[in-house]
Design a binder for this molecule. Sequence first.
Ligand code: HEC
Length: 131
Amino acid sequence: MARRRVWLGFGLLAAALGSLQSGPAAGAEGDAFNGRLLFAQCRLCHSLKAGETKVGPSLHGLFGRRAGAVDGFDYSPGMKDAGIVWDEASLDAFLKRPKAVIPGTKMVYGGLGRAEDRADLIAYMKQALKK
Ligand code: HEC
């Protein structure tokens, strides 16, 4: 039993590495599996469950929502006044360089440099938030 789990783990790892190597070939849709691995860094500060606040606000219902709109979360003024609605394009720009899109943001995260990684991450978030 334990042995089987190790092999399953190895299989998942191999799949993950494969998707990292495939690069842009992963397609415009993004690779949600790689995105799930990337989301581990976001998970430190964000939950996908409604009403669960960590260092950052819950990302539940993110797509189509105005930036800075989770009730009771103490956003930076920049985020509250950003006038952004979160969709694939605005999220992509924000995740590339948070400080460039929202000056003075409280989100301490340098940014995700690779476009493919951002596409994968967004694909995962869309999938995970649909459930
Ligand atoms: C160190 C903690 C931290 C990490 C890591 C982090 N965030 Fe954040 N995030 C925050 C905080 C704090 C805010 C509120 C920012 C503000 O008010 O300026 C925020 C805001 C956001 C928002 C806007 C939410 C809204 O309600 O408008 C999104 C989207 C977001 N983060 C996505 C992500 C994603 C995706 C990742 C992973 C790549 C990530 N964050 C990593 C802390 C973090």
